[in-house]
Design a protein around this ligand. Sequence first.
Ligand code: IPM
Ligand code: MN
Length: 364
Amino acid sequence: MSQTFTITVLPGDGIGPEVTEQAVRVLKEVEALEDVAFQFEYARLGGCAIDEDGTPLPEDTLVKARRSDAVLLGAVGGPKWDNNPAHLRPETGLLGIRKELGLYANLRPAFMLDCMVGVSSLKEEVVKGVDLMVIRELTGGLYFGEKKRYEDAQGEVASDEMIYHEYEIERIVRRAFEVARLRSKQLTSVDKANVLESSRLWRKVVERIAPEYPDVELRHQLVDSCAMELIRYPKQFDTVVTENMFGDILSDEASMLTGSIGMLPSASLADGNFGLYEPVHGSAPDIAGKGVANPTATILSAAMMLRYTFGLEKAADAIETAVHQVLNSGVRTGDIAENKAEAVGTVEMADRIIAAMKEEYVKA
Ligand code: IPM
Ligand code: MN
């Protein structure tokens, strides 16, 4: 009897629907290759939900997501909703679903494939071989602390509270040690402990937990220095763990070490196996509907889903190997093509990846 998993698909806005469609195709191919069945349920999140349901995170979406085993998300947002008040912004839907589903551990790998070195804006010797994982705390810190807006004698005032509970730090740090253990056993914890009280608690918790992972080499680094070192000598990093806002910034920076945000996947994990998987890139409204978007990041996000939620390591490896092969063979979408005239579209890119993946299975 094959195992059945339910996947909620949230195509979202802009290029989101195009790229998720390709990832769903890849997952359907995996069904044919592994003894597993996926049931796909679609729901709305972001701008499309604001238009249809009057809210960026409809109740129906949460209900479907909660009863599924994993969520596949495209991207949310676009100029149409940019001037809306906070409760009617697509981003509010994204933050809401992270919080509601308890997705506190955000894994953002950044890797440079040899064949992509030419795409980076940095020197070859700096970026060749970069392979790191930013683990970002996703449901605490400045994003979710109390926000205030008021006036005092000097005029308008705004504040965002940076708040962390010990348990929130502990669970993300444990996840990070576990991930580091499966990589090259080197973990950098990033904070601003020379200034922020929340960072001093962060560091204390990291220090308390570290002895439980004696096989992992731990280092603390201040966030400003980390930002600098990421550009100077990125290969010194393997797994990096940090709080929400620092992680938002450092993961964008890390993505540029690879030259192409269009390639990078992410996983947002709750306790247990549940996770939401989405590309790191945004909704790219300028190219939406043109069939030229790069589906690689979403397809690699589906591979992360197979690995982290379903435990289908072989299928995940096969997709990743297929992506490397296709890129190595010179097939590129416009965002990463050196010769734009030869760029392939969204569907063809996925076709190539699927063909290479099937071949991997035949070989294995
Ligand atoms: C990200 C995005 C989001 C964030 C925005 C869209 C709210 O930048 O996933 O990194 O800041 O978390
Ligand atoms: Mn971001």
